[in-house]
Every structure is written in C-alpha cells, then in structure tokens.
Write a protein of this length. Structure first.
Length: 227
C-alpha cells in the first residue's frame, strides 16, 4: 500500500515503511527492491539505470523544489493527499508529484521473473469484472498500446469500489480527481513513456507491454487492492 511511504512533507516516516523518511521539504526516492539488471531481458539494465536514476530522480528533485517554493503551504500533507487536491493549473506539483508517485508504484509492481498469477480475492474480482485474468490483461494492454504519446495505463478501484482499466496522459494519475476523467485508487500502473522502453524495444510498445505483464508482482497488486 502507498499510504505510509508518502506520509507527508516535514513528517517522520513510519519505521516499517518501505522507503526513506520524507525530507524536511519533501520526499525521498525509495531504493529499488532489486538490482537494475534483475528484470532483463524484458527491461534491460541501461533502461533501468536511466529510468530510475535520471527520470524518476528528476521528478523527485523538481517536486521538492516546488514544495520549497510553496513556502510551507503543503507542510504535513502526504503525497496522496497532495495529488488528490491538485487543480489543472498546478503544473509543477502535477507533473513532478505525479511522476514520483507513478514511478514508485511502477517499481514496486515489478519483480524479477514475475510473480504467480493473481489468486484469492484479487483473482475473483478480476474474473467478476473482466471475465478472466487473461481478459483483464488484454484490456490493460490495449489501454497502454492506445494511449497517444506519453502516459500511463492503470488498474484502479473506482469511486464505486469496482475495478476498472483506464489511462492518463503525461504524469497524471487517477488520484487527481479534479483533473482526470476516471479518478480512483491506483492498484497497478504501467509507464508507456518512450523512456520506459525505447532502448530495448524501439517503437514496439506492444512488445514492451507484454514484457511488463510478465514481470508483474501480483502479490503487491493484491496488497494495493486491499486498501
């Protein structure tokens, strides 16, 4: 679950959280839970080094700069609370806060070799909503493949408490209820910006999507689904 690691600006993090404590004026990028080469050949080490070490790190740095510039306006707010209240014109927080949250969810949802197919309550929900796990995967893949330009595909729990597949542009995410068309709680997010796959797949986004799906840590997704 993503609540504790984004506890808030200027607050101390729960010692059990899977991330470093927030800085006095923002947030830290949590360490990867695996080596940068561990997801190869589906996601290669060079892509990981650039994606995690440059792109994600850049979002964290710019987010913290934006928080400093706000001079305490967001003190005590966790990232989820911050993102949930944003309006379309809050560009720096929207782009960089979204980039930090989205990538943290992304890294956690991947595991070397992938995890076994979803079981238990999550599997039951996927089957009830989409017909089968395979049908969900097809719909999720289609959402990622059809997202024009840069963006994300999502499995969310919507406002009605149901599972839903959606997509967003750029670094927007379903937490941004004042911005996106289909708000909800993200359970799984897939980055379809070219920086996530171009070195390994060039323009073959569909191949990258299949590689991503083969690496999904369904145990992590199930934890997110519990809320």
């Amino acid at each position: 679950m993503l609540v504790a690691p984004f506890a808030g600006c200027g607050s101390s993090a729960d010692s059990s959280a899977k991330t470093a404590a927030p800085r006095p004026f923002g947030f830290d990028q949590e360490p990867l839970g695996y080596d940068v080469a561990a997801l190869a050949p589906k996601i290669d080490a060079v892509t990981m080094e650039i994606h995690y070490g440059k792109h994600h790190a850049g979002y964290v740095r710019k987010l913290n700069n934006a928080l400093r510039a706000a001079e305490g306006e967001y003190d005590g707010k966790g990232l989820i609370e911050l993102l949930s209240g944003l309006t379309p014109d809050q560009t720096a927080l929207r782009n960089n806060g979204g980039g930090h949250y989205n990538h943290t969810l992304y890294w956690r949802a991947l595991t070397p070799g992938g995890a076994p197919a979803p079981e238990g309550v999550l599997r039951e929900e996927l089957e009830a909503t989409f017909g089968s796990v395979e049908a969900f995967s097809e719909q999720f893949a289609a959402a990622g493949a059809s997202q024009f330009g840069s963006g994300w595909a999502w499995l969310i729990r919507n406002a009605e408490g149901q599972l839903e597949v959606t997509s967003t542009a750029n670094q927007d995410n379903p937490l941004m209820a004042n911005i996106v068309e289909r708000p909800g709680t993200p359970l799984l997010g897939m980055d379809v910006w070219e920086h996530a796959y171009y070195l390994n797949y060039q323009n073959r986004r569909k191949d990258y999507i299949q590689g991503f799906l083969s690496l999904v840590n369904w145990d992590e997704v199930a934890l997110n689904a519990k809320g």
